[in-house]
Design a protein around this ligand. Structure first.
Ligand code: DAH
Length: 337
């Protein structure tokens, strides 16, 4: 038996010496319930009373030696596994990060907000109106009765005979005046629609910004001063404005307003097509009929109004020569602004 025990010790220790040995398997093979050492211990009963304690002691020693070796090996293997895991999962925090792409506002939105800020700075507040509008507000209240030729230039999309997609932001004027007595000082930016074919300067959907001031004693001088302040803030301190007589059914007198070209300063260049001036908006003194239609007494109050295309301002400001670029959502184009 002594031989067997020594052999077990030798074999177990040398098995544990092998590289990458399976410690658990070896433990079961020698020390497990059905292990070799255990079966030797079971046969202990057959020994003589004299031999039993000797063999018992030896068997205990063998078990202790093997257990010790197993424990230290298991410890080493655990350390090794941990080290390997740490190596494998190592993150190099010095590697430069991947840059997050930040989106930004569309140039139309940027310019609209810039315009809003300028007018809010002059004491205007923002009024909104529906894009699906009554014929009444889009035309009739604004002194454009049925069959008036001014309707031709603002042909739009009809939902029914008297409901349409608004062709201008001017109906907001009428809606505000109906609800509120002067003093009134509002702007109204938003989408408008016309049944135009798409080309470099037309789109069935575009944006306008409307303005309206009504109070006692408002004159064309107030209009000019306000427009000049807007033009200088928007296009630069040296910008001048010019009013040309025009006709709009809802204003009298009416004017088209130009700004001096902010690229060439008025000498003539590609942007202003050699003119030195760029047309940016329509304006005038609110027609007494319009005031009357909306319940405001034209003998007490006067007012001015103006309306401009936001696309046009964006295109001038950034030198964009084709309006379609603003709607195509080409990120490489939009990223520039
Ligand atoms: N609504 C006009 C248009 O779409 C622009 C306009 C002109 C608005 C004169 C006004 C104005 O308020 O007074 O062409």
């Amino acid at each position: 038996m002594e031989e067997t025990l020594k052999k077990i010790r030798e074999e177990a220790l040398s098995a544990l010496d092998a590289q990458d040995c399976n410690v658990e398997e070896i433990r079961i093979k020698y020390l497990g319930k059905k292990g070799e050492l255990t079966s030797v211990l079971r046969s202990m009963g057959q020994l003589s009373a004299e031999e039993r304690p000797k063999m018992g002691q030896l068997a205990n020693e063998v078990r202790a030696t093997i257990e010790e070796k197993i424990a230290s090996l298991a410890e080493k293997q655990k350390e090794k596994a941990l080290f390997e895991a740490l190596e494998k999962e190592k993150v190099d925090i010095t590697v430069p990060g991947r840059k997050q792409k930040l989106g930004k506002l569309h140039p139309l939105t940027q310019v609209q907000r810039e315009m809003e800020d300028i007018f809010i700075g002059m004491g205007f507040s923002i009024a909104e109106g529906p894009e699906v509008e009554y014929d009444y507000y889009n035309f009739q209240a604004l002194n454009i009765p049925e069959n008036h030729p001014a309707r031709d230039t603002q042909d739009t999309f009809y939902i029914t005979d008297n409901i349409l997609l608004r062709s201008q932001t001017s109906p907001v004027q009428a809606r505000v005046m109906e609800k509120q007595q002067p003093p009134i000082r509002i702007i109204s930016p938003g989408r408008v629609y016309r049944s135009d074919e798409v080309d470099g300067s037309h789109s069935p959907l575009f944006h306008q910004l409307e303005g309206l001031v009504v109070d006692k004693g408002i004159t064309m001088g107030n209009l000019c001063g306000m427009l000049e302040t807007f033009a200088k803030t928007m296009f630069g301190e040296n910008t001048r404005i010019r009013l040309r007589p025009h006709h709009f059914p809802f204003t009298e007198p009416s004017a088209e307003v130009d700004v001096s070209c902010f690229v060439c300063g008025g000498k003539g260049c590609r942007l202003c097509k050699g003119e030195g001036w760029i047309e940016i908006l329509g304006a005038g003194m609110v027609h007494p009929n319009v005031l009357r239609n909306c319940g405001i007494d034209p003998d007490i109050y006067t007012g001015f109004a103006f309306g401009m295309g936001i696309e046009r301002i964006v295109m001038c400001k950034y030198g964009i020569d084709d309006m379609r670029l603003l709607y195509e959502n080409n990120v490489r184009f939009l990223e520039q602004f």
